[in-house]
Design a protein around this ligand. Structure first.
Ligand code: SF4
Ligand code: SF4
Length: 477
């Protein structure tokens, strides 16, 4: 007769899976994790996300827009081309707002659904999964890989390891090349590779990003999530009892025990967990979710798939491990009740801020002028006498044409009676280019008293009729 052990309802703290009273050296070699393959709903979702993110990553640099690369962060010319948008260093505010929006989106997703980003879209998880796929194809699944690693080095082991690393390095180099293609025109880059004329900097960046991918996805894997990623450290501060997390239903699962399928577990006083450790074997970070939510968990849902497959075999209901909330598990809420709790104050605040910032960004991009003007008085010569008894001030005007067509700008000056321009007033500027010109402003000597007078430069785009005004001053000696 099996003794029935009553398990008290357990709150799920975010803790480390490692025993706290054990001393662990920071320099201790980590035991290698051999995640077992699994199929199921969340595994499929992971692969759908891998396909989407990789098609976007590898495809975007090849898209064209107005005879140029659609997405190009051209650091050498200080131009960021994002489809129809051309951003200059002065527009860094837009990039800052885009970054803030991305951070807020991450906060919102974390408050609603925990570390969904980590499990399904983060490049570290995505590339680790791709590398694991290559590893499985070449070395086999968990047991075969463990056997291979414990074998003595020989022809068979060398062959498999060589193939695996060749596949990893080739893939990493393509990733490095694509990454650089966001910063340097990718078609030219490909030509340079074909013709063996890559510059040393281009070679360095391709290798740097390539080997970072190779090292992170091939070797460091879960160590990056555990020890290097700052998000893993602060995400728990954004969790509350209504955040979706991967949970093990202690009440239902305990006491765990192995058993044959013919046994009536209820009669024997057993929980639904058959202690098969399948959920641990598939976990890419090597934790046991039955010990409670741990900061290492990336919410990939693979243990859910694993446990569901076991529940199906045992003919028990699915969901012993499931996506739920702490309140949902403790209070036995239905799916509907859990979803209802999503609209809580913190989620509404994040959503409101996100909406405001996004609208503000779209609005300011819509009303953004098609050109910028900077007027500066010539610092070298404050004022000088010009032929014909005139006093002259010289100004440097910088035009920035943010459109992708050639533009002509007309300059006029107002605010000082009797002053007139004594140089060209129409200037052509090439598409997405800047031009610095000098403009001379003259007034008859003695027509005004000595002093500094405000003047207004009005620059009109001849093509679009837009106006940009800039204040400056005229110095009468
Ligand atoms: S515990 Fe489950 S959800 Fe968390 S990382 Fe491991 S397999 Fe993924
Ligand atoms: S897969 Fe399910 S049944 Fe097996 S050990 Fe994990 S929780 Fe228990």
């Amino acid at each position: 007769m099996t003794t029935v052990i009553k398990t008290p309802k357990k709150v799920i703290p975010i803790v480390s899976d490692e025993s706290s009273d054990k001393f662990i050296s920071m320099y201790e070699a980590q035991s290698k994790i051999y995640p077992r393959n699994i199929s199921g709903k969340f595994k499929n979702w992971r692969w759908i996300m891998i396909w989407i993110t990789q098609i976007v990553f590898y495809g975007t640099p090849w898209l064209m827009w107005n005879d140029r690369q659609a997405m190009l962060l051209d650091v050498s010319t200080h131009r960021f081309y994002i489809f129809g948008l051309v951003l200059y260093p002065q527009d860094l505010i837009y990039l800052a707002v885009i970054l803030i929006i991305s951070a807020l989106t991450l906060f919102l997703f974390t408050a609603v659904a925990g570390r969904l980003w980590c499990g399904f879209s983060c490049p570290q998880s995505v590339y680790t999964e791709i590398f694991l796929w290559m590893e499985r194809k070449i070395e086999g699944d968990r047991a075969a890989r463990m056997r291979l690693d414990s074998m003595k080095f020989g022809v068979r082991k060398f062959h498999k390891k060589f193939l695996k690393h060749a596949a990893w390095i080739s893939f990493s180099m393509v990733t490095g090349f694509t990454f650089l293609g966001y910063f340097s025109p990718i078609r030219d880059l490909l030509d340079s590779i074909i013709q063996y004329r890559l510059s040393s900097w281009e070679t360095f960046w391709i290798c740097f990003y390539g080997f970072a991918t190779y090292g992170n996805a091939g070797f460091l894997r879960e160590q990056v999530c555990k020890h290097m990623c700052p998000y893993a450290r602060f995400q728990s501060a954004m969790f509350d009892n209504d955040t979706l997390i991967v949970t093990y239903d202690q009440e239902r699962g305990e006491p765990r025990s192995g058993r044959s399928r013919s046994i009536n577990a209820k009669k024997e006083g057993l929980g639904d967990c058959i202690d098969c450790s399948f959920c641990v074997q598939v976990c890419p970070v090597g934790i046991d979710i039955r010990n409670g939510l741990q900061y290492e968990c990336i919410s990939c849902g693979l243990c859910v798939d694993a446990c569901n497959s076991i529940m199906d075999k045992m003919q028990y209901p699915r969901g012993l491990i499931r996506f739920s909330t702490q309140n949902g598990v403790e209070k036995h809420w239905s799916k509907y009740e859990i979803i209802q709790k999503i609209l809580r104050p913190r989620v509404l605040i994040y959503s409101g801020l996100l909406l405001l910032l996004s609208l503000g960004l779209v609005f300011s991009l819509t009303i953004r002028p098609s050109f910028k003007v900077d007027v500066n008085r010539d610092r070298g010569v404050m004022s000088r006498l010009a032929p014909g008894g005139m006093v002259e001030n010289v100004y440097q005007i910088q035009f920035t044409n943010v459109t992708e067509s050639q533009q002509t700008y007309r300059v006029s000056v107002s605010g000082l009676k009797g002053a007139s321009t004594a140089s060209d007033t129409e200037f052509m500027v090439y598409p997405a280019s800047e031009r610095l010109v000098a403009i001379s402003l003259q007034i008859a000597d003695g027509s005004i008293r000595k002093g500094i007078y405000p003047v207004m430069f009005d620059v009109e785009s001849v093509n679009s009729k837009e106006h940009v005004k800039q204040k400056s001053s005229f110095y009468m000696p």
